[in-house]
Design a protein around this ligand. Structure first.
Ligand SMILES: Cc1cc2nc3c(=O)[nH]c(=O)nc-3n(C[C@H](O)[C@H](O)[C@H](O)COP(=O)(O)O)c2cc1C
Ligand code: SF4
Ligand code: SF4
Length: 387
């Protein structure tokens, strides 16, 4: 029997799969759906004192690059924070605390320092188990100068917000970091020193897509939050970098579309994971599928609990300068090769050629092969390997 429970900043979660801040946790009814689907915890949609950030443009969401949907795509959104006034949202939190048996993490964002303190106190009193600080919303600086990711890009400002919230509330505080900062390790260390109890890494980037027929940005004339499955590698990178440098736990977030992605986050050191886009792409049911998938994987591999696999990949990550330069020869399995020519087209060294005569479909010229390894991962039939 595997044990999926985790202690995250001294709060116990029945399983480590948390729904990230977003529209899936925008009110009690949606929070309930997440819990019913198997979520171990919830981060609410960010509640704010900033009136302008509650203005919801219509339309505001789009799926772009959708050929691979629901596995591979970009989720494009013009932002808005919770449309509830904070005092009204506190009622949703109270109800959630009364009826849902999972930790409720309330995400907050203020403009001035005292607003951060006010929101933290309000949500602490409403019964929140933890507070997540949205220091990372990609589009907030476009709405109100100096907010959102602008704070999360500055280690001192981030620490100041943590200190203010620390004073105002007694529950654990989790700053959520922005990938737009140049060094998230520095930010993580700074918020830890200021009293943060844990860290969420990461939020999304800001981007834009242009409709070439009209020459205008798609959906609205503004920059957008730009995320999706592609973010996973970036989230994993920052979790892997932050975990060895701090002693507080990290919640890994971004690009998790299935259980194996969540396992990757544990293996680079995350204690819990958060996801939102997967719910938009696959429905609430994906939460339970991910929990079940993690459990099955752990059973099959003999991991008794999350801690047993947490961080196991870290000892295999080195600075590039420490990696040895070795060499290999490419081998082709002629029975597997279907002659599709993908490897021929992509080999910039022109080391693979299609052969029309004889049994062989392609031949490799070892003298030209630069051993980049690309064709091995590209081949759809697994015909190429290293000797
Ligand atoms: C439409 C949308 C709304 C979001 N709203 C919030 C928010 O209110 N507060 C916040 O901290 N993050 C917000 N996020 C960011 C997510 O919580 C999460 O960090 C990000 O999307 C990466 O995780 P994912 O790939 O699992 O979605 C939002 C993301 C999207 C796509
Ligand atoms: S390893 Fe790189 S250089 Fe060698 S054949 Fe494959 S793609 Fe070409
Ligand atoms: S990509 Fe693979 S299957 Fe296609 S030609 Fe090359 S070796 Fe053969």
């Amino acid at each position: 029997m595997v044990d999926l429970t985790v202690r995250f900043a001294n709060v116990e979660f029945e399983n480590p799969v948390i729904v990230a801040s977003g529209e899936a946790t925008t009110n009690f009814e949606r929070m309930k759906k997440c819990v019913k689907a198997g979520a171990g915890g919830l981060v609410t949609k960010t509640v704010t004192t900033i009136r302008e950030a509650r203005r919801a443009l219509r339309p505001r969401w789009a799926i772009v690059d959708k050929k691979g949907f629901p596995e591979i795509f970009t989720f494009y959104s013009i932002g808005v924070l919770s449309q509830y006034e904070p005092e009204r949202f506190a009622e949703e939190v109270k109800r959630a605390k009364k009826e849902l048996k999972v930790p409720i993490i309330v995400s907050i964002m203020g403009k001035e320092f005292d607003e951060w303190g006010y929101l933290a106190k309000l949500m602490d009193e409403a019964g929140a188990d933890m507070i997540e600080l949205n220091l990372s919303c990609p589009f907030m600086p476009e709405t109100v100068k100096g907010t959102g990711r602008i704070i999360g890009q500055d280690p001192k400002l981030s620490a100041e917000v943590v200190k203010v919230v620390r004073e105002a509330a007694s529950i654990p505080i989790i700053p959520k970091l922005s990938p737009e900062a140049s060094d998230l390790v520095e930010i993580a260390k700074s918020v830890e020193r200021a009293g943060a109890s844990a860290i969420t890494a990461i939020n999304r980037f800001m981007g834009i897509e242009i409709d070439i027929e009209t020459g205008k940005p798609i959906i609205q004339s503004a920059f957008a939050g730009y995320g999706g499955p592609y973010l996973r590698g970036i989230g994993l990178r920052w979790v892997a970098k932050i975990v060895p440098e701090v002693s507080i736990p990290v919640s890994g977030c971004a690009g998790i579309m299935n259980w194996s992605h969540a396992v990757e986050y544990f293996m680079v050191g995350a204690t819990t994971v958060q996801l939102f886009t997967a719910i938009v792409a696959k429905g609430y049911g994906v939460i339970g599928e991910i929990v079940e998938g993690i459990k099955n994987f752990m059973e099959q591999h003999g991991y008794e609990n999350i801690e047993a696999m947490r961080g196991i990949a870290l000892k295999h990550i080195f600075p590039l300068s420490q990696l040895p330069v070795s060499s290999f020869t490419l081998k082709i399995d002629e029975d597997k090769c279907n002659g599709c020519g993908l490897c021929v087209r992509s080999c910039l060294a022109e080391a693979i050629k299609i052969k029309t005569a004889g049994k062989k479909k392609v031949v490799i010229d070892d003298s030209k092969c630069e051993q980049c390894g690309l064709c091995i991962t590209l081949c759809p039939s697994g015909a190429l390997s290293i000797v």
